[in-house]
Design a binder for this molecule. Sequence first.
Ligand SMILES: Cc1cc2nc3c(=O)[nH]c(=O)nc-3n(C[C@H](O)[C@H](O)[C@H](O)COP(=O)(O)OP(=O)(O)OC[C@H]3O[C@@H](n4cnc5c(N)ncnc54)[C@H](O)[C@@H]3O)c2cc1C
Length: 384
Amino acid sequence: MQEVPLPLEPTVRRIGEQLARLSAGQTPTLFEGRWWSHQALNLAMQDSRFKAQLFRFIDVLPSITDDEQVVTLAREYMGEGDTTLFGTHWGLKALSATSIGARLSGKAIRSQVEHMARTFIAGATIEEAAPRLTDLWQDGRAWSVDLLGEATISDREADRYRDRCTDALNLFGRVTASWPPNPFLERDHLGSIPRVQLSIKISALSPHLDPIDPEGSYRSVASRLRPILDLAMRLPASLIFDMEQAETKTLLVKIFTRLFAEPSYKNYPYAGLALQAYHRETARDIETLLTWVRRRGIPITIRLVKGAYWDSDTIRYRQRGWPVPLFEHKALTDANYETLASLLLSQTSLIRPAFGTHNLRTLAYIEAVAESLKLLPLKPGNIR
Ligand SMILES: Cc1cc2nc3c(=O)[nH]c(=O)nc-3n(C[C@H](O)[C@H](O)[C@H](O)COP(=O)(O)OP(=O)(O)OC[C@H]3O[C@@H](n4cnc5c(N)ncnc54)[C@H](O)[C@@H]3O)c2cc1C
């Protein structure tokens, strides 16, 4: 284990300022399609009431077929809101006084929301996503695909999710085979990394995922994971378990370690899982995983994220009178993320650290630790 030298703050600042300079000018203008989603998301980050109303609105939007009703609904959910967001761009004030205006505004709102969805979703189908992934690769960027899935309630749904995963692996395997080599994206300190990386939502693979039945949960999930994993080994592709609601965390970590210790899979080098910095137990989970990896002898990927279920998990635990297992202040999650990032980066012989964040300070911190540990990025010039 390498010690992270302190203090890092001046380096974090330097890298942060550099990143800020590089991203300056990337903010969309009013005349660009992405302006609205950018503004709406910024506002949602600052105002939790607006965030809740925005997502409620997006939730019901697909079921509204009438454009005039879309405008009425936008008003009901978000009021007149921020004048620039709702007044200028959607033209609500100017246009919706007449029924033609309301129809035009309704169309505009629908198209902006669809645009926002496209910011996060590469395609409605895997075929639709493939060209965007090719563009990313040609632009010098690697990717990881997450097939959107919900907790399933039937075996048929779980089978369908398994089939979507194998279809995606097959298609991406075919598409990526003709891509030009890019050593910067295909090698790291532990060797080669596959072009195809699939993130999997374990709860979508079984209607029986239940922490009080670990054995039944394992049988149900593993039987659908094995065909996906067999294919990933042949291609090869890397598989990352997404981390989900707090109550399934321990179960998912156990499924991960049990599956990747099975004789057929114990040498698979591209297994990974996401861990959430907002969870108070994550440092302990990483230590447990490190001990397990030492025994297994083959590294894994740990993708550190802050966690996407904070609102729903916190509400559910509080509602039931249970102690909340997550940090309850954002600053504590941020601080824990930094501690855990240092821990991961100090263990690169056992794990491939991966970081899922859009936060500039967090990104600068990760870079600063990597720099202090002399973990140089693999540029074409310094590949071993
Ligand atoms: C490639 C990738 C993969 C991902 N995979 C997963 C996954 O498998 N599972 C998953 O859960 N998430 C996943 N995420 C989402 C991730 O957890 C974050 O929600 C998201 O990236 C926002 O974090 P940030 O650092 O970019 O933003 P920031 O704005 O810095 O942080 C927002 C995060 O802070 C935390 N937070 C907010 N308010 C509070 C509070 N009051 N108290 C404590 N903490 C708070 C929450 O985690 C919130 O998401 C993934 C993200 C990426 C980019």
